[in-house]
Ligand binder design. Structure first.
Ligand SMILES: O=P(O)(O)OC[C@H]1O[C@H](O)[C@H](O)[C@@H](O)[C@@H]1O
Length: 337
């Protein structure tokens, strides 16, 4: 059953001036029209800089006492996050294309307003337009926890998306969507988080035990189960037993709101993902077979990444009423193992 959307209530825990919500949707600096870049009135704290990154693409760079991070305005794609004193947590391919058109291979692309081929199996572009659109940087401010919070805006196709990225001891990703159309709208959304792991074959994802999932790599949809995806959505329904391990290609959509723990023993850490209002978790690794066909990913890189994506997709996509908002959040952290 699709989740009903609600009027957005500003978030209670972040203390963010720019917490996702309708007031912030009208705020912000003067963006440079059409470029997605921040305008001259945007003020940056000394712990952040707006610079040219790979391919000369505009990128917000954060180097704060609590953590380091990078966010490209193209797709509002986070491509790096390191809590102070830790190794990189976000995988971005060394062959990723930074041309302002192509989706960045790695980081945290935003899948919006569809995931993959969409609920009906025919949506284009794949994963929606958010990851290949120029976002506007509305504000950048220091947090009380010695990090930096940045707010990005994208309005397109009668949908206004506000995306708050907090770089600090944790990486806090909050997405808020407002339906600007006159009729209800079902929207899929996912924070397609590429985690950097030392060796994916030694990684376990906990928190999904008992969760039903659709295996996008296996045969046809089993009939007779409740809430089968419609034709085209593909996959086979199964139940997870124990932690998820990777010894081949994995592409699964779990129906689970649970928080996740991703062991990364080679880096002596556990990566944690706390989710809010995200009823789906997608786990993806293309393995050598899948990555060989991907020009923007090197052949050996599949072994050092695992996508663990918080989202609300397929049967769990929210239907947002006209003028109303819906929001979700993922908080990525690390713990010593
Ligand atoms: O290659 P992309 O369009 O970026 O998609 C990369 C992957 O994204 C998700 O994880 C999907 O579940 C996969 O089926 C897909 O292969």
């Amino acid at each position: 059953m699709a989740h009903a959307a609600h009027r957005h209530t500003p978030d209670d825990t972040s203390g963010a001036s720019g917490a996702p919500g309708s007031t912030a949707l009208s705020a912000g600096a003067d963006p440079v029209p059409g470029t997605g870049q921040a305008g001259p009135s945007l003020s940056l704290p000394p712990t952040a800089a707006l610079t040219a990154g790979r391919g000369g693409q505009p990128r917000l760079l954060v180097d704060a006492p609590a953590g380091y991070g990078e966010v490209y305005l193209h797709g509002a794609t986070v491509t790096s996050w390191r809590p102070r004193g830790s190794k990189e947590v976000i995988f971005t391919s060394r062959q990723a294309v930074f041309d302002g058109r192509t989706a960045i291979r790695g980081g945290v692309p935003l899948c919006l307003p569809v995931f993959s081929d969409g609920i009906h199996g025919d949506a284009r572009p794949r994963h929606g337009w958010a990851r290949t659109s120029p976002w506007r940087l509305l504000s950048v401010s220091p947090t009380r926890e010695a990090g930096v919070r940045a707010l990005f805006l994208l309005s397109r196709d009668h949908l206004t998306a506000l995306y708050e990225v907090e770089v600090g001891h944790e990486l806090v990703l909050s997405l808020s969507l407002r339906n600007d159309a006159a009729s209800p709208r079902t929207v899929e959304a996912a924070l397609h988080t590429y985690l950097a792991v030392h060796d994916v074959t030694g990684t376990e994802v906990s928190g999904l035990d008992g969760a039903p999932f659709t295996d996008n790599l296996s045969g046809s949809v089993l009939s007779g189960l409740p809430e089968n995806p419609p034709p085209g959505a593909g996959g086979r329904h199964l139940l997870q037993r124990g932690p998820v391990t990777v010894s081949g290609p994995v592409d699964r959509i779990y129906r689970s709101e649970s928080d996740l723990r991703v062991s990364d023993p080679g880096h002596h850490r556990v990566i944690t993902v706390r989710k809010r209002n995200a009823a789906s978790t997608i786990v993806w690794n293309p393995w050598s077979t899948g990555s060989a066909a991907m020009p923007d990913m090197a052949d050996d890189e599949f072994a050092s990444m695992l996508c663990v994506e918080a989202g609300a997709v397929r049967q769990d996509a929210p239907t947002i009423m006209p003028g109303e908002s819906w929001s979700m959040r993922a908080v990525v952290g690390t713990e010593p193992a």
